[in-house]
Structures are given as C-alpha cells and as structure tokens.
Design a protein around this ligand. Structure first.
Ligand code: NDP
Length: 477
C-alpha cells in the first residue's frame, strides 16, 4: 500500500508517536494508503525547521526564488500523473479534474515566481528626510487547507508564501493528505533550503491548533469552514498574527428574462454539480425570472440527467462519489427538509442504482423547484450536488434574495443587458461576481469573501501582499 509520511527539513518522516491512519477511496471504501499521523510535538518540530530556514530564504534574491519556483512547477508537471491519481483515489474526483487541478497548481507556482520579482518598494522625498518603504516577508507561515481541492488551494498559499520569502508549514486535511504532501515534496525537491517547505499531518484540533497558537508562526493562511475560521481568528489574536481566511459560501445564480437560457443552464449545471457540489463557489441557489423559469429549469434538468456518474478512475466520468458519508447524509437531509417545506423534487434526490454504486458515496445531481428561503438548502452551505430553483419578478427582488445570507463569496448573473449586469454586479454582496460566466477564479485577479465568507484575498498581486509586512525607513538629511 502507498505510504505517506510528513515532510520536515526536506526529509520524509514518520510521526514521533509512530501513529498511522488508513485513507479510504470514497468510490468503493477500499484502503488506498497508510498515512503518518502527527501531534502537537511534530507540528512544533516542523515550525522550528521553518524558523531555522527563514533567514536564508528571506535573504535569497527574488530572482533566485523565481528560478526555484519555476523549477518546482516543472517537477509538479513531471509528477502530475502520479499526484493526480492519488488525488482521485483519496478524494473521489474524476481523474481528468484531478489532472487539471495539478496543472493549475503548477501554473500558480509559475505565476508567483514572476509576481515575487515585482515586489518593489517606494521612495518618498520630504524637506528634511527621505523615506524608503520596503515590503518584507512576514516570517513562518502556517498553511491549513480543506479536502475539496487539497492541492490547488495549497498552491494558492505555497506560491505567494515562497515568492515573498516566507518559509512554511502546511497542514493538509486529515482525510486527503496524499496529493498535497506529494505536491509540497515536489516543490521542496526543486532545491529549496531544507526546512523552507514542511508538511505535518494530523487532526486540525491538535496539529492545526498548534500551528495557529505557537508564536513561531507569524501568518495563518486558512481555507475551510466558517466555524473553523472563527476559531482560528480568535486564537491567532493571542499574538496578533496576520490571518487570511477563505471560508464557506452560499452562492446565488440569477437568470434574467433576457439571458441566453442554454448558456445559463450549461453554466449553472456545471457549477452546481462539478466536484459533486463540493466547491466553495458552487451554485447553491438559483433565482430565475418567472417568465423563463419553466424553460430554464427544463434545460437544467436535461443537463443534470446527462452527467455520467462513476468511479473517478474510469474514463468519461463527469462526477465521482461524494467525499464522505457525512457529506452525503447532509445532502440527503437538506433535500428532505426542502421537500417537507414544499419544494418539488424534479430530478435526482437519491443514490444512483446498480452494483457499481453500491459501496461508494454516490448521489444523483438534484434539481428542486418551488424553493424558498425557509429551506436549509437556501440558507446553509449544503456542499452537495443540489440545485434549488426559485422564481423572481424583478431583478431588484433577486438581488435582495441573493444578499439575504451571512455568506458573500461568489454570485453569478446571466443577462444580455449591460445596465442590468453592471447594476446587479454592484449591488451583489460578494467578493467575486460572475457575469455570464460560472467561475470567479482568475489567477491574476483577487479571490476572497465578503461577510462571513472570509478575510483577505488570494491570487493576483493581492495574494503576494498577504505574506508581506511593510517597513518605513526614514533617512534624516
Ligand atoms: P474544515 O474547516 O473542517 O477543515 C479545514 C482544515 O482545517 C483541515 O485541514 C482541518 O484539519 C483543519 N482544522 C480543523 N480544525 C482546526 C483548528 N481548530 N485549528 C486549525 N486547523 C483546523 O473544512 P473542511 O475540510 O470540511 O472543508 C470544507 C469547507 O471549506 C467548506 O465550508 C468550504 O466552503 C470551505 N472552502 C472554502 C473555500 C474558499 O476559498 N473560500 C474553498 C474551498 C473550501 P482536519 O482535516 O484534520 O480536520
């Protein structure tokens, strides 16, 4: 069986306790790998290693750091097939999506290699002095990530942290640590100083908590649930640490009367169901102008029913299993709650039948009609393949409904009218607005949440700034 150890000081290491855990494939519940499980003590060792490596790495020129980051991206691409396969085995997503995730992670490293060379300061002239403004690396960063995109979301942190001159300790999710650890190993193998890139495994409540609470880490970059983000923010406050939080979402998708309904249905289906709805910017709620609601819903259902479900290792599979029984059960509960409160089950709503689906956590893409805001599926983050549809009369009403949530990560609108698009985009309370597109992730642009969806931004030059401190040097004349 594949064995996954932690990475400290550029060396694979078992946990001090020797404890191991088994990772299971969500498509058939078969064992996939044995993984070392660390504790607070292992986390402290990794933090010490990162602290020791910081002076040399932070003083390395940004050109040299760029060279190493490009080399790291090349190694990730060379090993992409192996890493992608591990990702599918541990997380369930189709192999084609896993491959795309690994290549996109390599692109992130290439992007930040160059962005790091543009970390320029300022020169200010005053009557009796001159001021130099420097942007320097914060220090050791703790990078804590979830299971839905274990590699990509880590790359969003590893790239800018290293480019800025920070060293790091990554804590991948306990149930999907395999591909993320291989990703960091590939980065480390590019020739980074030992200790610049470390990985510890183990429970968030223990290993993650140590990374947050230990004074060695100066920066916490976290992606995960809002409630974990709240805990991290509160505990990071003990040392006034810098935090970036990418948290939960409940993204609305508005379809106006004048929209291209075919394009809207295709985009909506893709963003509601891909990765089995387990994406922070998944479409969670659909608001459709009442005049076109029936036509749009029929198109959406046709798309949903055309998706092929199966083991992610099979070719041509569009959707793998859900990640865990817990996720599937939550999805079932949200569907049941909606139906009890008056929603119409139009498609899906249960597991697919057949031997191939017997052991895995499969669930059919689900479309619900007559949804309203009394239903959990319209208020909470389902993190499952459910698309509830609600009709609206005016675009203002749709915007008010869209904003009626504690979350504010992404929002989408489909319309062919420029004024409607702009006014809606300005009125929607979210960090990313997709107008006639179903994705608000763009490597060069900021990504992050409003309200309880997060704090700070990743990607683009904003992503780099999250790992830099500002220093003012005043020279008296
Ligand atoms: P969790 O918050 O449960 O876990 C995320 C990570 O935090 C895991 O590595 C976990 O470790 C760790 N962790 C748990 N408790 C602590 C703690 N007290 N201190 C430090 N670390 C801790 O999220 P999920 O893994 O369930 O991921 C799903 C969530 O992630 C969804 O809410 C989703 O919306 C959100 N997400 C947000 C994105 C965004 O960009 N805004 C993108 C993708 C997902 P362990 O695995 O051991 O529990």
């Amino acid at each position: 069986m594949y064995k996954s150890q932690m990475l400290i000081n550029a060396r694979p290491v078992a946990s001090l306790s020797g404890k191991v855990d088994i990772i299971y494939n969500p498509a058939n519940r078969e064992p996939v790998a044995e993984v070392s499980v660390g504790s607070r003590q292992d986390a402290r060792m990794a933090l010490e290693a990162a602290k020791k490596a910081f002076p040399a790495w932070s003083r390395t020129s940004c050109q040299k750091r760029a060279e190493l980051l490009h080399a790291a991206a090349d190694i990730v691409r060379e090993r992409s097939e192996m890493i992608a396969r591990l990702l599918t085995l541990e997380q369930g997503k189709p192999l084609k999506n896993a491959r795309a995730e690994i290549f996109s992670s390599a692109d992130v490293l290439d992007y930040y290699a160059e962005e790091g060379t543009r970390n320029i300061g300022e020169w200010i002239t005053s009557p009796h002095s001159r001021s130099i403004v420097l942007r320097q690396p914060i220090g050791v960063a703790a990078l804590i990530t979830p299971w839905n995109f274990p590699v990509d979301l880590l790359a969003w942190k590893v790239g800018p942290a290293l480019a800025a001159g920070c060293t790091f300790v990554a804590k991948p999710p306990s149930q999907t640590p395999l591909a993320a650890t291989e990703f960091v190993r590939a980065v480390s193998d590019a020739g980074l100083p030992a200790g610049a890139a470390n990985v510890v495994h183990g429970p968030g409540s223990e290993v993650g908590a140590e990374l947050v609470e230990n004074p060695i880490s100066r920066k916490i970059a976290f992606t995960g649930e809002t409630k974990t983000g709240r805990w991290i923010m509160a505990h990071a406050a003990m040392h006034i640490k810098r935090v970036s939080l990418e948290l939960g979402g409940q993204s609305p998708f508005i379809v106006c009367q004048d929209a291209d309904l075919e394009a809207a249905a295709a985009a909506c289906s893709q963003r509601a169901f891909s990765n089995m709805g387990q994406i922070c910017i998944s479409v969670n709620r659909i608001y459709v102008a009442e005049e076109v609601a029936e036509e749009f819903t029929a198109k959406l259902v046709k798309r949903a029913e055309g998706l092929k479900i199966g083991n992610g290792l099979e070719s041509d599979v569009d959707l793998g299993p859900m990640f865990s029984e817990g996720q599937r059960e939550k999805t079932r509960e949200h569907v049941k709650d909606a139906i009890e409160k008056g929603a119409e089950l139009i498609s899906g709503g249960l597991e697919p039948e057949g031997d191939a689906y017997e052991k895995g956590y499969f669930f059919r893409p689900t479309v619900l009609g007559r949804a309203d805001h009394s239903m959990r599926v319209m208020r909470e983050e389902t993190f499952g393949p459910v698309a509830p549809v609600m009709k609206f009369k005016t675009v203002d009403e749709a915007i008010n409904l869209a904003n009626d949530t504690e979350y504010g990560l992404a929002a989408y609108i489909f319309t062919n009218d420029l004024k409607t698009a702009l006014c809606a985009a300005e009125g929607l309370e979210a960090g990313g607005i997709g107008v006639n597109v179903n994705n608000v992730v763009e490597l060069q642009a900021p990504f992050g949440g409003w309200k309880q969806s997060g704090l700070g931004r990743e990607l683009g030059h904003y992503g780099l700034e999250a790992y830099l401190e500002t220093k003012h040097i005043r020279l008296g004349l």
